[in-house]
Design a protein around this ligand. Structure first.
Ligand SMILES: *[C@@H]1O[C@H](CO)[C@@H](O)[C@H](O)[C@H]1NC(C)=O
Ligand SMILES: *[C@@H]1O[C@H](CO)[C@@H](O)[C@H](O)[C@H]1NC(C)=O
Ligand SMILES: *[C@@H]1O[C@H](CO)[C@@H](O)[C@H](O)[C@H]1NC(C)=O
Ligand SMILES: *[C@@H]1O[C@H](CO)[C@@H](O)[C@H](O)[C@H]1NC(C)=O
Ligand SMILES: *[C@@H]1O[C@H](CO)[C@@H](O)[C@H](O)[C@H]1NC(C)=O
Length: 591
């Protein structure tokens, strides 16, 4: 086998841009089958490096010590299967169906496993990792991690949409939907710990909670951009699938609006998404680039609200992220600003020496390829004040404006950006060992593989980077035309609530001895004892009018009190978002 670094010597010596595409061509041609084989080797029950794992279980890496990654993570598994599902459903590899079936089976089982984060109904879906025999991992860990259920739902929804196209609605309805629904319900409610809050309040502080706890790197406990972005995507496409299946979708779409609002709050006027609300770091983090590629929807064009790869925000973010690594890694020294460098998780990283990661560097090339796909598709590219610095990497004289595909500016820029994308592949090629194996990291000073060998996610990242470079467009998930609600809900639902504007809401329902309680002070904060009695003045309609905070997402339920016994309405909670002013009436049916 040829050492991949041979190709790159050319680039390193010449410093010219023109050999990048042949380097990337050759590297990907060789690496593609290796990545596929090594990825499948890490999946049970047959994978040669996954011995002892159950059917459909993805081991993060076969490495059993320093570090021991011989476990299955919900996040890694879902990212890996999202790639496999794309390969199968887009017709790139017809051999993968039984793997996907095994994945579905394994996740249906693992959802049921009680673990230190809780049971299936009390937050256990947020547990980050399990033993490969599907038993709970009970050691200390950064838990919960809320991206896992969202990513798993997204992978399954993509699969479900494909099966509906095969007229296989029975399987989707009976087998997939229950798994998806559990994850989506977790995403909208994310049972909080300690689990004494029956259902959390809506509002900004609730969203902080919903999106919070450990980030994808399992280090920072706060809200995280990646988690929020994938939660948004899962709810949006979950609502669409629910509607197709005749299931209730409004809870998911309401919460998707709230989460989309919250997503905007990570933007930093310095021109990048701050990856985490906590953690005390710069906030420049591969988290954001990964969010962009994992929520790519070509139908949404260069939309900045959903942080599409070619949006001005995502390009400015990419520039800031990449720049953060130029001076800190020895292997990046002397590389010009319009050429790719090794990138890692975040510049402050010190884990295992704080090195570049293969999947992070590949993600940059994938974001750029996704951007190129859309620019070609729409026949133009736009430069705004926000993205100007990014485009100036390639032409110092460009200015803001929209450039049609027929212009020389478009041709020059897209060619340079193509080359720039390939130069990140070139970095990965240069530091891939002769056998094509991809570890987690490569050394910041000499490029040698570091940390866990054969990281399954490194291989999935290779496959998706190859697909993007080949112009493969993943299925749309409904990002097109979304707008951020006019007024984002910054009221603290459960907390004080005092001072804010209120609107008058009348609740009507048929029944007997009905009371009302919910997620805000004005609805007695889920207290059955203090629940508000409805009057029967218009019997059989029971009714009450309450002043509630304006512009606020509120969850509530009716309860029935009879002879000292309390009956709650069935799950899920009812939800409403109050308007900015005025009054309205909510007509409900007991469930
Ligand atoms: C695993 O191996 C068994 C026995 O050879 C085979 O029947 C099955 O299809 C394999 N599963 C996958 C997912 O390849
Ligand atoms: C699904 O059903 C529709 C309507 O009966 C039919 O036109 C279509 O060919 C079917 N698709 C497949 C993949 O069987
Ligand atoms: C539906 O898809 C499932 C999962 O791959 C498969 O087991 C089943 O045979 C399919 N059913 C039909 C009717 O195609
Ligand atoms: C947010 O989480 C904290 C800690 O778990 C909890 O005390 C607080 O009540 C939660 N706030 C809301 C609005 O749910
Ligand atoms: C509830 O019913 C009243 C009276 O029938 C009607 O005026 C009102 O628009 C309804 N509200 C909603 C939200 O459907």
């Amino acid at each position: 086998m040829v050492r991949f670094s041979a190709f790159l010597t050319l680039f390193a010596l010449s410093g010219h841009v023109f050999c990048q595409s042949s380097t990337a061509d050759q590297y990907f041609a060789q690496e593609s089958p290796i990545a596929k084989a090594n990825l499948l080797a890490n999946i049970g029950p047959n994978g040669s490096k996954a011995q002892g794992s159950n059917s459909g279980i993805v081991v993060a890496s076969p490495s059993k010590s320093n570090p021991d990654y011989f476990y299955t993570w919900t996040r890694d598994t879902s990212v890996v299967f999202a790639a496999i599902i794309d390969q199968f459903t887009l017709g790139l590899d017809n051999s993968l169906r039984s793997q996907i079936d095994n994945f579905v089976g394994s996740q249906a089982r693992i959802q049921q496993v009680s673990n230190p984060s809780g049971s299936i109904t009390t937050g256990g879906l947020g547990e980050p990792k399990f033993n490969v025999d599907e038993t709970a991992f009970t050691g200390a860990w950064g838990r919960p991690q809320r991206d896992g259920p969202a990513l798993r739902a997204t992978a399954m929804i993509t699969w479900g949409n494909f099966l509906l196209g095969e007229n296989n609605s029975t399987y989707v309805q009976n087998t997939l939907w229950p798994i998806i629904q559990r994850d989506l319900d977790y995403v909208v409610r994310a049972k909080l710990e300690p689990d004494n809050v029956r259902f959390p309040a809506q509002g900004w502080s609730y969203l902080l909670n919903l999106t919070s706890r450990f980030d994808l790197w399992e280090e920072v406990s706060s809200s995280s951009f990646f988690t929020t972005a994938v939660q948004h995507r899962s709810l949006r496409q979950g609502a669409a699938l629910a509607a197709k299946l005749g299931q209730t979708s409004s809870t998911y779409s309401t919460q998707a609006d709230n989460v989309l609002c919250f997503l905007q709050s990570y933007w930093n006027t310095a021109g990048y998404m701050t990856a985490n609300t906590g953690g005390g770091r710069s906030g420049k983090d591969a988290n954001t680039v990964l969010a962009s590629i994992h929520t790519f929807d070509a139908a949404a064009g260069c939309d900045a609200v959903t942080f599409q790869p070619c949006s001005d925000r995502a390009l400015s973010n990419l520039l800031n992220y990449v720049s953060a690594f130029r001076s800190i890694y020895g292997i990046n020294s002397g590389i010009p600003a319009n050429q790719g460098v090794a990138t890692g998780r975040y510049p402050e990283d010190s884990y295992m020496g704080g090195n570049p990661w293969y999947l992070a560097t590949l993600a940059v090339s994938e974001q750029l390829e996704d951007a190129l796909i859309v620019w070609k598709q729409q026949g133009s590219l736009q430069i705004t004040d926000t993205s100007l610095a990014f485009f100036q990497l390639f032409s110092s004289s460009v200015s803001t404006g929209t450039y049609a595909a027929s212009t020389s500016t478009f041709t020059t820029l897209t060619a340079a950006i193509k080359n720039y994308a390939d130069s990140f592949v070139g970095v990965v090629a240069k530091f891939t060992p002769a056998n094509g194996g991809l570890a987690e990291q490569y050394d910041r000073n000499n490029g040698n593989p570091v940390s866990a060998v054969d990281l399954t996610w490194s291989y999935a990242a290779t496959l998706t980077a190859i697909d993007a470079r080949n112009g493969v467009v993943p299925a749309s998930w409904g990002a097109k035309g979304l707008t951020v609600p006019a007024q984002c809900n910054r009221n603290t639902g459960g907390g004080g609530g005092g001072g804010a504007d209120t609107v008058s809401v009348t609740f009507n329902i048929f029944g007997e001895n009905i009371f009302l309680t919910g997620s805000v002070d004005q609805l007695q904060n889920w207290s059955p004892d203090n629940a508000i009695p409805l009057n029967a003045d218009n019997y059989p309609t029971w009714s009450v009018t309450v002043n509630l905070p304006a512009n606020t997402g509120i969850e509530y339920k009716y309860i029935r009190k009879f002879n000292g016994a309390i009956t709650w309405e069935a799950d899920p909670n009812d939800m409403l978002t109050t308007p900015a002013s005025g009054s309205f009436t909510e007509n409900d049916t007991w469930r």
